[in-house]
Design a protein around this ligand. Structure first.
Ligand code: DP6
Length: 400
């Protein structure tokens, strides 16, 4: 009995990432292989993270999954692809003659429980952190120590970039089987300590079209997307890598904004067209450009994904002034919700010159709140059993 472990349980956390060279379009829908490489910044898990517990036991009769406390259909094709892939890697490891450290069988079923520390309703992409966390947790329980890009990628393309901290590149690869379509760290989270990230959560009126369906229509109809992927992205990847290596904020910020704008241009070039930006998004774009024009250089940079929320990059010495500019242009509605979450930001008064330069009529309530964060590390294993989302019976613990 002493040598027998009836249940193996591991809990992990994984971060959200935000692309500065965007992934948009697949060359293989089944394997989730992209038409271009992409590059992202991993956000700090103190502010945004997914936590996932995976447990395997001889006693489980089927694979099961709970997301934010609700049981979900484990038969979803992308979830099934991740499970198949991790079990294939585990079998491969065994046949390579590795001593199995755990008395488990690959035929054991798995229970998974996962939750986010941020509201899914805020429209912040959670699938990247979710699938990266799933891949990482499954790898722990099944004893897999090889590259997990493929496992995470089969869940959601951008998820493979959440497997690392700092600055991460997803190389598109060339092989039809996708073996060379993997994520790599370009620089660790300690590389650029002054870099800050502000997430401007916009009050969304409607749910935008999902990335998967959107990019599929773009691949089918947009000549601009094809041109971008083939002719422009390779040089952008090289230039973005240089900007990061040299901590060149001006060039980094400009290229980040241009790449976001180009991605949204390919959405408009899609037929029927897709528009993810709202009036508030466009006002944020204007605010950033006016703020930079006032200072005579690029001090802040925006990027937008498949929704209206803005992610703004800046350096620590500019955070307070930019947050004050946002407050001035988008005065918070006093609905009891805190306007500023995350890292503390010192309140300052805007100069009259800057106020005049922004020249915008304030639009109260159109930004719900700001999350201030920074660059952060990759997935982690939590050692404290208190962190487990599944109890000793393999079922979700009742919410505290
Ligand atoms: C605009 O990774 O969500 O955020 O692979 O179909 O799951 P699937 O799509 P997903 O697309 C992300 C698109 C993006 C840009 C990016 O993160 O690179």
């Amino acid at each position: 009995m002493a040598s027998e472990k009836p249940i193996v349980v591991v809990t992990c956390t994984a971060p959200v990432n935000i692309a500065v060279v965007k992934y948009w379009g697949k060359r293989d829908e089944e394997l989730i292989l992209p038409i271009n490489s992409s590059l992202s910044v991993t956000l700090h898990q103190d502010q945004l993270k997914t936590t996932t517990t995976a447990a395997i036991s001889r006693d489980f009769t089927e694979d099961r999954i709970w997301l934010n406390g609700q049981e979900e259909d484990v038969g979803q094709p992308r979830l099934q692809a991740c499970l198949r892939e991790i079990r294939r890697l585990a079998r491969k490891r065994r046949s390579n003659g590795h001593e199995d450290p755990l008395p488990l069988s690959l035929s054991y079923k798995v229970h998974v429980a996962s939750e986010n520390n941020f509201p899914t309703a805020a429209g912040l992409a959670s699938s990247a952190a979710g699938y990266a966390c799933l891949a990482y947790a499954l790898a722990q329980v099944y004893g897999v120590d090889s590259d997990l890009s493929e496992v995470a990628r089969r869940g959601s393309g951008s998820a493979c970039r959440s497997l690392y901290g700092g600055f991460v590149e997803w190389q598109m690869g060339e092989r039809p089987d996708g073996k060379d379509s993997i994520a790599h760290q370009v620089a660790p989270e300690s590389h650029w300590p002054e870099l800050r990230v502000l997430i401007l959560v916009v009050s969304a009126e409607r749910k935008p079209m999902g990335s998967t369906a959107g990019m599929q229509t773009s691949v089918e109809t947009s000549a601009l997307l094809k041109f971008r992927a083939e002719a422009l992205v390779p040089a952008r990847m090289a230039e973005m890598t240089r900007c990061i290596r040299e901590r060149d904020f001006q060039a980094f910020g400009q290229l980040t904004m241009k790449d976001s704008n180009q991605f949204h241009a390919t959405c408009l070039d899609t037929f029927p067209p897709i528009s993810y930006l709202s009036d508030t998004s466009r006002r944020i774009i204007q605010l950033v450009h006016r703020f930079n024009a006032h200072h005579g250089r690029t001090k802040v940079a925006y990027t937008f994904d498949a929704g209206p929320n803005a992610v703004v990059f800046t350096l620590d010495d500019t955070v307070a002034e930019f947050v004050a500019a946002v407050r001035h242009s988008f005065p918070p509605e006093s609905n009891g919700e805190k306007f500023l979450k995350g890292l503390p930001v010192e309140p300052i008064l805007l100069s009259d010159e800057l106020k005049a330069a922004l020249g915008m009529d304030p639009v109260p309530g159109s930004i719900r709140y700001i999350i201030a964060t920074q660059v952060g590390p990759g997935p982690q294993v939590l050692d404290d059993p208190v962190a487990h989302l599944l109890g000793p019976d393999g079922l979700p613990k009742p919410a505290a």
